[in-house]
Design a protein around this ligand. Structure first.
Ligand SMILES: NC(=O)c1ccc[n+]([C@@H]2O[C@H](COP(=O)([O-])OP(=O)(O)OC[C@H]3O[C@@H](n4cnc5c(N)ncnc54)[C@H](O)[C@@H]3O)[C@@H](O)[C@H]2O)c1
Length: 360
């Protein structure tokens, strides 16, 4: 298969972890007889310095003509401050590249060998943690209108609108059910149906869709309870599906359970519109550009390597290839000999990558 990928390393450790993950991808492609066609493009400060904008038209063009986007990270706090909010790299690049991608998937997996890195007690995590969080990304409070501040002090008013259409809810729930079907077949739909109208509609539609997926066990949970249960019984979660704001908060909370921010991959996916066109899927580690360790070969490449596995799985349908990357990566983490500093080890980014490649 020909794998056409736009590769946007970006700033700080973005370049190091993307370079590591591309080395892994090249080895897997060779092993399984695929051809990688990677088009590299500038984004973030790397792009501002050359083109005067964080997302040049040439980069956008490259993204649009490929099947997937592999992204490192953008932003450098010291330099970001010199720009108005609206021109900062994260705002400019991410908003545009994620447009139309309504499903954000974060895979939170705690390898047994790293149990001591998890902030929870051993008795709570002894059965492992493997959660796929699916957050709705293009609706809800972030985009609902009206939104803004009106009036004059001290009588100003601010409003945000939480709105969802049936169509928006159904398409994200479907991603939830389909994902659960391919995993341990448990889906937790998180809402606030005791208070919010959007959540009541959400729950009604989830219950109805559940009848089409009799093999998936559907559980409804209020968001306040979900935030508690994630810490009380994390092993019992398989797939969580929820709206934008709840997903933003819960996915950050859950990410901590993996032991390091350097371990969590993510995918942002869309679906074809009425003309059969869909936005290009976007794959990135959840961490930022980590300027404190950039350029020192200290970054943990695992989140980006696992992000490549998600890309092979979701965009190219190459489940065996993705599984091979995951197996080799988790073997390295469980062995505990080659770990980066964030996991209490002394290995470099390159050494961890070499160990994953050796396992392949
Ligand atoms: N999607 C993105 O591009 C994205 C996401 C978050 C932050 N940012 C940007 O990144 C810059 C730095 O942000 P921040 O410091 O708040 O978050 P960060 O994720 O870059 O770093 C937070 C902490 O985690 C550590 N860390 C992060 N990833 C790591 C890895 N792979 N291996 C080892 N340690 C790792 C860092 O060293 C740092 O101590 C900012 O400009 C921010 O706007 C970009």
């Amino acid at each position: 298969m020909d794998l056409h990928i736009a590769v946007l390393p970006g700033d700080g450790i973005g370049t190091e972890v993307v370079d590591a993950s591309m080395r892994v991808l090249d080895v897997v492609a060779k092993k399984f007889k695929h051809t990688v066609h990677a088009e590299f493009a500038d984004v973030g400060w790397a792009a501002i310095d050359k083109h005067g904008t964080a997302l040049p038209a040439s980069t956008l063009e490259i993204c649009r003509r490929n099947a997937a986007i592999l992204f490192g990270a953008v932003g450098l706090p010291d330099r970001d401050q010199t720009l108005p909010q609206k021109q900062r790299p994260e705002r400019v690049a991410l908003l545009e590249l994620r447009k139309g991608l309504f499903a954000n998937l974060r895979h939170v997996l705690l390898p047994p060998g790293l149990a001591s890195r998890c902030p929870l007690k051993m008795e709570l995590i002894k059965n492992g943690i493997d959660i796929m969080i699916i957050r709705e990304l293009t609706g809800g409070l972030y985009y609902g209108q009206p939104q803004g501040v009106s009036g004059t002090a001290p009588e100003r008013k601010a409003v945000d609108t939480l709105a969802y259409s049936e169509h928006e809810i159904i398409r994200i729930l479907k991603v939830g059910f389909e994902t659960a079907r391919k995993r341990r077949k448990r889906l937790t739909s998180v809402d606030k149906a005791n208070i919010l109208a959007t959540s009541q509609l959400w729950r009604e539609l989830a219950t109805a869709m559940g009848k089409q997926y009799p093999d998936v066990h559907l559980e409804h949970m209020y968001v306040d309870n979900a935030s508690m249960q994630l810490l009380r019984r994390p092993s019992e979660f398989d797939v969580i599906v929820t709206e934008n704001t709840f997903g933003d908060i819960l996915s950050d909370e859950a990410s901590m359970l993996a032991g390091s921010i350097g371990l969590v991959p993510s995918a942002s996916l869309g679906a074809p519109d009425s003309q059969g066109k869909s936005a290009v899927p976007f794959y990135e580690p959840i961490h930022g550009s980590a300027p404190d360790i950039a350029g020192q070969n200290k970054a943990n490449p695992v989140a980006t390597i696992l992000t490549v596995a998600m890309m092979l799985n979701y965009t190219f349908g190459l489940a065996h290839e993705a599984a091979a990357i995951e197996k080799a990566t988790f073997a390295v983490l469980n062995a505990g000999e080659k770990l980066t500093g964030d996991l209490g080890g002394k290995a470099t980014c390159s050494e961890v990558t070499d160990a994953v490649i050796a396992g392949l």
